[in-house]
Write a protein that binds this ligand. Sequence first.
Ligand SMILES: CC(C)(COP(=O)(O)OP(=O)(O)OC[C@H]1O[C@@H](n2cnc3c(N)ncnc32)[C@H](O)[C@@H]1OP(=O)(O)O)[C@@H](O)C(=O)NCCC(=O)NCCS
Length: 326
Amino acid sequence: MELFESMKQKIADRNIKIVFPEATDPRILGAVARLYAEELLEPVLIGNKEEIVAAAHDRGLKTERFTIIDPDKFDRWDEMVESFVERRKGKATKEDAEKILKDVNYFGTMLTYMGITDGMVSGIIHSTGETVRPALQIIKTKPGISRTSGAMLMVRGRDQEKYIFSDCGININPNAQELAEIAVDSAKTATLFDIDPKVALLSFSTKGSAKSPEVDKVIEATKLVHEMAPDLKADGELQFDASYVPSVAALKAPNSEVAGQATVFVFPDLQSGNIGYKIAQRFGGFEAIGPILQGLNKPVSDLSRGANEEDVYKLAIITATQTLLD
Ligand SMILES: CC(C)(COP(=O)(O)OP(=O)(O)OC[C@H]1O[C@@H](n2cnc3c(N)ncnc32)[C@H](O)[C@@H]1OP(=O)(O)O)[C@@H](O)C(=O)NCCC(=O)NCCS
């Protein structure tokens, strides 16, 4: 089944509430109108009602039935301030909270933390840091996961060839433990998209062909992955060709159950991950969807500032699907 059709079926009729803090942006409004019309989720818009209605009318959209929450008139404001101060444990006073929560990304993240919404999609006019930092501080990572990371779903062609690449967005130089967590989390993300996870921990070395501290990190991470998820098909260290091309795998890693057939590619650092996905996108003709933030207690997704309405629509569907993960 087509990738997004499968996800739409998973989320339909579940009343999943996704908050959009950048509600006056026409790309957000266009996507929200589609999501609402298709009854895929319940969008919650943050901002001044008159401004949102005016922006929607400019785009020819009706907003009567949208849920709009104006932080200046929010009836649970005091509870939110208190909950924020409690969550930040000595890192913010009540006065700090009153200021910080005026920021729409903090406000939207708190709505999600408080369970008023189930997830958040933002970042079309904010930087990655502005969008993601509130989630790192408030929603935080799941037990056993110390770092959130950003996976890209790479999709190509009519027969929907699909892979996960990670970390392409967050951790600049993960250590072995963090890399192992990224690998395990990426395998979970793969299952969201009906990808059978076979995880390759990538390097410039295959099975000892080169020696360096960078390679040792990947070897150590692979060992930790086996300890953390003994049933997961994972292998490293592998060069990209050994992970993807069966004939190369047969030569370089003949006994591997991942080499030559990997579906989840874990890069050793952010430089290689970010460069790698962009090469696949620009040279390889893959559509790159994400980054999909993984490992958080509740999903928060960071849009690129160059995103269009279709990108918002798709990332919102993915975010809603993530709410179904354990
Ligand atoms: C995501 C990012 C913005 C966080 O930066 P930051 O806010 O400066 O990070 P800090 O170290 O100040 O940490 C802020 C909080 O988030 C937490 N945190 C930071 N990175 C985290 C991660 N990967 N996972 C979980 N928590 C994290 C910190 O523990 C800290 O929590 P605290 O305030 O409760 O102590 C940063 O990692 C970054 O810039 N990454 C690269 C992003 C990028 O440029 N991508 C480009 C390709 S898209």
